[in-house]
Design a protein around this ligand. Structure first.
Ligand code: NAD
Length: 249
């Protein structure tokens, strides 16, 4: 697919799960890709790896500068780094709210701020944010996480509006339950991980979890000129969860 040839992309949280699958897919299709992560491990594909913490503005600015120098510019930012949180509003103290917001929301703000000057110089600039069906689905036991993803959704729309005349498209993907190390950790914490996985799969409209590669496909589409007229949208990659109005529990 020549639509990715020559694109220069930066993927945050690109060392694991969805971010890693997106980085590998973009590289496979001909993009030059840099990964920004807390601990970027070596990947099979030729990815440039930069260590940074999205909660630390200086480390983000340094890593973005190094990545852009290595890539020779920047066309695509995939804002994907994120962490989870369980519980109702009664379950998490203020400092936990601040901690998760700092990664999931401010992390995107910091990275975007550092990347915008470089994206403005691109002829086909795109930002793809990893949001979640939690942004709009009203999931039980996910108050804090849902609130951060609601903010990511609003931020996606606001950024799309602010930068549309600069030629920078901004969209998000809304994954459902994706089979990543993150979900693996949650399942492993259950008394019977295999039974918990089977129950989780049974609750999916498709009877299976979404794969990281399937979310990566949606990210790659929104990152490429194939979606050149698309900005300010959320693309669900949830096995029909939202469209069919079903709820994961
Ligand atoms: P993951 O834990 O497998 O990968 C997340 C990556 O982000 C890790 O490599 C981690 O090191 C990195 N990261 C975390 N905090 C960071 C920080 N402060 N600075 C830099 N990097 C940091 O998780 P995943 O399932 O691939 O999730 C990726 C994104 O997808 C997240 O934004 C998550 O909210 C979203 N998401 C996941 C699911 C799911 O079911 N897995 C569903 C909807 C949305």
């Amino acid at each position: 697919m020549s639509d990715f040839e020559g694109l220069r992309a930066l993927v945050t949280g690109g060392a694991s799960g969805i971010g890693r699958a997106a980085a590998e897919l973009l590289a496979e299709r001909g993009a030059r890709v840099a990964v920004l992560d807390l601990d970027p491990s070596p990947a099979d594909k030729p990815l440039l790896a930069h260590r940074a913490d999205v909660t630390d503005d200086a480390s983000v600015r340094e890593a973005v500068a190094a990545a852009v120098a290595g890539l020779g510019g920047l066309d695509v930012l995939v804002n994907n780094a994120g962490i989870g949180a369980q519980g109702t509003v009664e379950d998490n103290p203020d400092d936990e709210w601040h901690r998760v917001y700092d990664v999931n929301v401010l992390g995107m703000v910091r990275t975007t701020r550092a990347c915008l000057p470089h994206l403005r110089a691109s002829a086909q600039a795109a930002i793809v944010n990893t949001c979640s069906i939690a942004a709009t689905a009203g999931l039980p036991q996910r108050a804090l996480y849902s609130a951060t993803k609601g903010a990511v959704y609003s931020l996606t729309l606001a950024m799309a509006a602010d930068h549309v005349r600069e030629g920078i498209r901004v969209n998000c993907v809304n994954p459902g339950t994706v089979d990543t190390p993150w979900v693996g950790r949650l399942l492993d914490a259950a008394p019977d991980p295999a039974a918990e996985r089977a129950a989780l799969e049974a609750r999916q409209p498709t009877g299976r979890l979404v794969s990281a590669a399937e979310v990566a496909g949606a990210i790659a589409y929104l990152a490429s000129p194939l979606s050149g007229a698309t900005t300010g949208t959320a693309l669900a990659v949830d096995g029909g969860m939202q469209g069919l109005r079903l709820r994961p529990v």
